[in-house]
Design a protein around this ligand. Structure first.
Ligand SMILES: [Zn+2]
Length: 105
């Protein structure tokens, strides 16, 4: 199965506490079925001081979120959409927006 969500995609959260929020995919963790999205699923972490340059304290960072709860935002119609796939004449596979049929890749 081809990947629905890729690095640098703009995605929208469809479920959970960050529902409706958008961000860019920084990393996909295919084995976990999760992805890290900028500004989504922020977790506070207590960081011990490691050196005078890294004083520690509470830092915020993104925790991975289930890919099943994400939808790609189509740049053409600017909404969270379902993604379909299309095979081009040269045999390469691209993602298309099921709403407006624009190519997403
Ligand atoms: Zn679209």
């Amino acid at each position: 199965m081809a990947a629905k969500i890729k690095r640098n995609d703009t995605v929208q959260v469809m479920a959970g506490k960050d529902r409706g929020r958008r961000g860019d995919v920084r990393q996909v963790l295919p084995r976990d079925g999760r992805a890290i999205v900028t500004g989504v699923n922020m977790m506070k972490k207590h960081q011990r001081a490691r050196s005078p340059q890294e004083p520690g304290g509470i830092i915020q960072s993104e925790a991975p979120i289930q890919i099943a709860n994400l939808a790609v935002v189509c740049r053409a119609c600017d909404r969270a959409v379902r993604v379909g796939f299309k095979v081009l004449e040269d045999g390469s596979k691209v993602r298309v927006c099921k709403h407006c049929n624009e190519t997403i890749d």
